[in-house]
Every structure is written in C-alpha cells, then in structure tokens.
Design a protein around this ligand. Sequence first.
Ligand SMILES: [Zn+2]
Length: 1063
Amino acid sequence: MEKHVPFKHRRTTLERAEKFISTHHFTDINLRSRLYPARKAVTSLTHYAAPGRISYEEAMKGKYTPAKIGQSFGPTWATHWFKVEVEVPADWVGQEVRLVWNSNTEALVWVDGKPVQGLSSEKDRYDFVLSSKQEKGQLRYTVYVEMACNGLFGAGQNSMIGPTDPDKHFTLQQVDIVTFDRDVYGLILDMEILYGMAKELPDSDRGYQALYAANDFVNACDVQDKKTYKRAKEISEKFFSQRNGDTQHTIHAVGHSHIDTAWLWPYDETKRKCARSWSCTIGLMEQYPDFKFACSQAQQYAWIKELYPSLYKDICKFVAKGQFIPVGGTWIEMDGYVPSGEAFVRQFLYGQRFFQKEFGIKCSEFWLPDTFGYAAQLPQIMRESGITRFVTQKMSWNLVNKFPHHTFWWEGVDGSRVLSHFPPGDSYHLEGHVKEVLYTANNFRDKGRSSSSLFLFGYGDGGNGPDEHMLQRLKRMEDIDGLPRVKMSTPDEFFKPIEEKEADKLCTWRGELYLEMHNGTYTTHAKVKERNRHCEFLLQEVEQAWALLVALGRAGGGKGEAGKAAYPSNAIERLWKLLLLNQFHDVLPGSSISIVYDDAHRFYKEIEDEGKQLLSKAVSLLGNALGGKSEKSSTLLVNSLGWQRSVVVPLPVNDTAQPSKRRKTQSQTDSQGNTLVCVEVPSCSVGGLESCVKDLEETESVHVEKQGEFIILRNKHVQAKLDSSGRLTSLRCAGSSRELLLEGCPGNQLLLYDDVPLYWDAWDVMDYHLETRKPLEQVTQKATVKESGPLRASIDVKTRISAESTVTQTIYLDAGSSYITFDTQVEWHENRKFLKVEFPTNIHSMEATYETQYGALQRPNHYNTSWDSARYEVCGQKWADLSEHGAGLSVLTDSKYGYSAVGGVLRISLLRSPKAPDAHADMGTHNFRYAVMPHRGSWQEAGTVQAAFNLNRPVKVFPLAQGVAVSQPRSFFWLDSSQVVLDTVKMAEDRPDEVMMVRLYEAFGGRAEVTLSSSLPLRSAGRCNCLEEAQADGDLPIKTEGGVATIPLKLRPFQILTLALTL
Ligand SMILES: [Zn+2]
C-alpha cells in the first residue's frame, strides 16, 4: 500500500513525544509506566525517635518500635532512625532491585554501619540500589535510614525564606522494594534528548529532524512489547550518531553540589547534608569513572573527616583518582565584601593548608559561585595564595545591567589579574538538559575570543548533587549535530587551554565585581558584623602580643615563664577557624535563619572570651619580660598599631597614678568617674602608663561653649557647631574658613527609610527606598553638654524614631583628635525600616573613596549611567571619604559596612529590620560608634586610614597585678612613612618558635619606598606569599645599628607584602 505521509503538526507531535515519557500524564500506559515493573512491601519497618543528631553507634542502641506508611514524624530538626528489613522474591533474581523511600524529608541510608547514600524528596531521589543484579544467595537485606525532619531548604513558613516553622511534621509516604528496567530507563533518556532538541531548536532543520525522530520513536516503541524497544533504540542512536562539525562551542561539564554551610538550617545539619550529598557522589563515581565533581570548602571536608570516617576514606580515594576535585582553596565560601583583608588571607591560608595536608593538592581556582559581590582586592589575595583562576556565576543575578563577560581577566586595585569565568548557564545547579546546554552556548558573551564554558551540574544544598539522569543525559550529548560539544571535565581541563591559547584575546574588567542585588546584606544582622570586626582585630592583637613575647624570649629578654612562652598556635588557629566559619556567605551577610545566629554568637563569645584571656596573659608576660624600673603605676599600655599615637585613655579605677598630682590640663574625670589622661604611645609598643602620660599644652586641649541654641566643639584640628538636635550645622578644620557642610543641610542627620524589598527580605534594599527618606527630627532630649574638657568634651542627645525606637548619642571630641565621635545607642523595634545617618557636604567631586581590604577604591558620586545608579548602596570597610582638591570629609565606623554617596551627600547605613528568614533580626539594643573627620588635603595626606584604625583599635589599658615592675614603652616595629600600614604580626604556621610573619600593605594607591625598623634582633628577612611560602629572590637586606634592625622595602600601589623574619 502507498505510504500516506501526513502533514505533521509541530505542537501535537512535540506533545505526543513529551507525554510518552511524562511523569504526570498517562503514567499508567506510557513508557515511564514500565520503569519499575514489579513492586513489593518491605518485610519489616521499625522506628526510633532519636534524642538529636546522634551517631550511628548511638542510633544502634535505640529501642525500635514498628512504624507504618502514612505515619507522621517531627517536629522540625528532629531525627528519626528506621530499621528496614527486606526480603527479595526469588523470581527477581538477575534483576536490578531497589529500595524506594519517600519520607518527604532528607534522609541518609546506612548499610553495615556506613553512610552509603542520601535521599531527597524534593529532587526525586527516592531510590537506593540494593543490588544492580540480584543474586540467588542473598535475598535478605537490612538497611537503616536516618531521617532528618527538614526539607532541602529547611522548614520555612509559607515560603522558602520564611522564618522556620518549628513544628513541621513529615509523612512517611512510601517504603517499597522494586525492580528497575534499565532498557526502559535508557529509552526514556533517549527520548528526553530527542524531545529537548525538537523543542529548543524550533526553526532549524536539526530541530525538525529531532521532532521526526521522536515521532518515529513513539511509533516504533510498543511499551507492552519489549521486543520493539530495539527498533526505537536504533532510531535514537542513528540520530545521535550524526556528529558535530569542528567549530562547536565546547561545554566542560563538571559535577558540583553547592552546600551552604549554614542558611535555612543550622551548621549541624550542614554536616549531615554533606554526608548525604557526598555519599551519593561517591556512589556515582564507582559507576561512572569519567564523572568529575568539584567540591569546595575545607571546613566541610574537615567535618566529614571527623564524623564520617569511612566516607572520608572513599573521598580520599577518589581525590587521588582525580574524580573528586577539591577546589576554591578557602576554609569556607565566605562573604566577598565584609571580611577584613587579613580574614580573607586566613580563608586561603587555612583552606589551602588543609587541602595540601590532606590531599597534597593546592587549589588553583577560587570558587565562590554564590556570594553577593566581590571586593577589588581579591585578585591580589588570590594570587598571593597560589590561585590564578576564579569561578562565580552570581553576577548573572544583576538586576539592572548585564555583566559583559563570561571569560575575562579580573584585575584588582593593585593590578593583579586572575583568569575569571562565569559559567554562562547562569546557575551552579544545572541538570544536564538540552535547554541548559543550548542556553550556555548561546548566552556566552565572549564569543570569538573564546569558545568553551563551564557547566556546573548537580543539585545543591540538600538535593544530593549530580544524579545518574544528569550523567546519562550529558553522555548522550557529547557529540550530536545541533548541540554544543559536551565533555565530562575538570576546572583545570577547562582553564588550561584558555591560558595557553586564548589568554591574550580576553578583555579585562578592573576593580570590584559589584552585584546589583543583595546590597542590604552589608547592614543586616548588625551585631554579627560588629562582633566579626571586633574579633578580627582581637585575634590580630592576640597574635601580635604572643609573637612579640616569643621574639623577646628568643632574644633572651624574658625571665621565667615569659622567657619560655610558647606561641599558642593551636588555640589561635582554632579561634580563627571559628571566625572564618561565621564569615560564610549567608551567615555574615545576615541572611540565615534565627538558630544559625544562636550558633554564630556562641562562636563569637568563644573567640572573645578565649581571645581576651590569651591577650591578657601575653600582655602580663610581656610586662614581666620587659622588666625595667619599678614605677608607681601598675598599668600597661599596648598600642598594636604601627604608628605613634597621642590619645585620651580612661584609666582603670584602681590605677595608682594619682591624677591630683598632675597639672589640671593633664587629667579629667569623665562622666562615669574614670580618670582620663592623655598619653603618647610609640608605634607597635608595650609600656608602663606613667612614662606615656603626656603634658598637654593649653592649645591642645578641647573646648566646648554654648552659643544660644548652638554648641561649639573645637580642638586644634576640628571646629564644629551643633544644634540642639545634635546635628552639625558647621564643620571645618580648625583655623580654616572652608565650610565642609552644605548650607542649610545639617550633618549627623538621622534618617528613616521604608525598606520593603520585592522578595529577598534580609538581602535586598531596593533602589526605591531612596524615595522614602524621612529625617528624624523629634528630639526627646535636647543636646546638653556632659563633659567640658580639657581632655574630652561631650554632648548628650536623644532622638525619637517611633513609639518603640530611639537613638541616644554621646557626641564627643578629644584633645588632639582629628575626628568627632558619635557614640550611639539605638533601641530598635521596627518593621522593614532602614536607619541611616547622612552628612551633606559641599564637596565637589566625581567620586567618593571607600576603604576596601588592604586599600581603597573610588566609586561614583553621581548617577550618570545605569551602572553608576545601580550602585546606590555600596560596601566599605572602616571609612569612606569625599574630597575635592585641598579639602575633604571622611566618615569612620567601628562596625558598619553599608555606605552611599551621591551629589556630595555621604551616608552610613546603620540598621535594617527585615523579617525573613529571621523574624527577629536586629531587634533590640545596639551600640556602635561612627565619626566624622574634616580634613585639609587628600584623605591620604589627612591620615584617614590611620584615624579609622585608631577608632577601631584603641590603645589598650591593662591593669597589672600589684608589684609588677613595668618599663618605659618599647616600640617593636615602626615605619618611616604613613603610606605603608603594618597590618599583621604573627608567628609562622610552620615554625612558630623562630619565624615571625609580618604583613604590610601600601595604603594610598602609589609606589612607596619605606624602611621598616625593629628593636627585635632579626637574623634574616624574606618576602613570602600569603601562604607563608618563601618567594624566589625574596631575601631582603637587614642593617642592624644600635640595636635597631632596618629593612628597606619597595611596594607598588595597594601591594600586600608579607615578610618572614627569622628571630
Ligand atoms: Zn550559597
């Protein structure tokens, strides 16, 4: 008979193909209905409600009672263990037999005491293979299932990011054994590719060829007759065998599972998420030797090593095989803006050291796919940590502007460059679909310059990473005409050819990678930010004090315990690692659920308590070691910063130095009854109080006077006029007629904004919040003079925010200080409001400058373009500045990171009040401090960098046990230029008894030739990288004269320089 060729309708044909493998329609008769031909209930199912997240051994001691399908288990975060006993029917011999488990939660299967596979209801991972080919001998199986009462995204109320529902229960829906038909499985996957190509290539020859092949495939395949499967297979294989040309884009498919170290679940659940996901990964690796999986975050490996030793052993095996690939080089995937420079360095130092020690691997790519913006100093820190490549995809989340590159050079503020790649699939949890492969190739924005992309596949968080379906799909797409070329690959296999062949064709992006989203995270959870900064400095001070002590001991300068003091390497490393953990990219930004912050604050307390103890001990031993003549005072002063400081300090009440014996200008009793004195302390020094007390000339003291409604504050640097609301109506450098504030627009103006984002509550402050600016003008306690000099003049004022919230400020100026400080206490009980403070200046400038890690960067002071305007809220470290030629104004902060500048108005972001995912974020009392500093010249000339350090790291006053002799202050390090900052002094990780590491940086953005001097006997000096590895030709000459060692140094703009000093 003649073959009647119908005029095929594209839509009906396409849908016919789709329905043939649908998971929702016609599942009783379509091909998928044949996937599990036989099904049987398990023999026995018993249950034990565990008291928490217990070990397998503890779980085995539990009392198990019968459980049944349909039963509910909870509440949220609870753990339930199940013992499942199975007897496979004899007629299943030879078939693939699986346990199917659906508890609507995450779960982990244990066999013979080992964690073997994660299960996840949200990502349809229900199956655990009992036997890939059932044998006669073993028909009985016993497995344990550890059920965690949470989903992939925790247990949010109403929405994914809603605050946790504490009483969620989960129904055990299915526990069965089944047979699995691999032939049917193969056909389903073939059809997925045919259908995908037919759908995604609508107007091409190839798309129509796929459509017709899919149609023929359905015609050929009679699901009830296995014999017809062969014909269908031939149709798909013929189509797949039609190969690509030579010029196709190449997709490097790398398995990945982005596991947030804490987010909508606590740290402890992450440990189990890792076990669940990575056991799945190991299982797949056994089956698929060409499957590669990139895995970051050393901390997660360390957890698995401690808690799941058998799994860790398997991981080590596959790392050695090159399939399980440690990437990133950091301790965790941290926030990209808020941590200090030193904290960034420690992420790499401890991360790389872990990977080297455990696997002999040093990562060559920084892996940070999900962080909310990337600071401009990161390229140099990467380079200094052995890393030359960078992977993220978060920039695809930009709200306004599309980032112009996917493969490019990212150049930091110092000129360091790293080869960067943003996988153009715009995701780090792809599933291996035709659509994603095509999107990756089409979306790639560096066509012509480069022709390959990374493709990161695998479910994140609790989805258990890549699954077999993804591997099967990608395998089929390796080389099919019409699709990009796909290969299982590694990050190294992706980057290497680009470095070798395309490096000089690529474009360069200079400066930060600003994410046009999530910019509320510079401010949310203010206490986390505050404790983060204080702990960063505390640990640096602990290290410095102990390093100086060890150095003195080595030089024979210490007696007794002080002379023998050993550097507490382990304690310091442990505390740093806790701090680094809390810098995870959902913890430090403030975007985690409430219970994560219970843990985070517990860790901060541990760091603070232990850090303070370590510091006190070191300082008291330093006091002993320094010896010297006995003084009246039993108080030590410590200046941890690398410059001399003249400051006002409060003396401890029990100090024996009698203020009455001093001239009037030398002391003052503050409002709390403390004695204030002015001290001059040398650079990086420790010494007795008495010899540091400084005589104050009349011209140096601070003055306060009332002028009608106004109050004038002035010292030799600053002259300010405040109104009765505590607002600055005039601000000048002393003796200057140049007014820095905009006429009629007061400084220190507190503002309240509406802060209702579109969805990401804790994360986003939207551009439209700027249109809701409301100045706070209701003063409940007018500005009154509290202290009137000569060392400190202060003013108290209280402002109403709302019926529930208030701001109380003590505004003060110290003798000799270059800035006015605003000690601020806020009672904060708001809902989606944003508190800021503004300083409207009359400074004319195109740009504002913000401190970044180990340096500074400029950002626009205008909204010229969409790129400028999108940066309406930006992140800075301790200061921001607006300057024109000859004068400027800096603001300094002790714990704030959100800033903005436009049209000469400089603002600091103080507090937010989002309600998700933490319903109580930021509610309560806050104490913080900011300062304003008018200056002549540029911020570099004015000493803004040093002033911000001074605000954050006051000279520390340590009362010592009575009878301890304390010496003249001894300066250990000093520099002959303010251009270079001495940032870190610590002992080396590997030789903590004899090698001191000193980290400095060029802070002004210019070339510097400086001399570092030390009163310590130094045997040799050499340049190192941030991993403390000696650099080739890094030896530096040391000249020692009169007990002072000097080392000449040359630095390029914003260079970080690490020195190893052998004692
Ligand atoms: Zn993440």
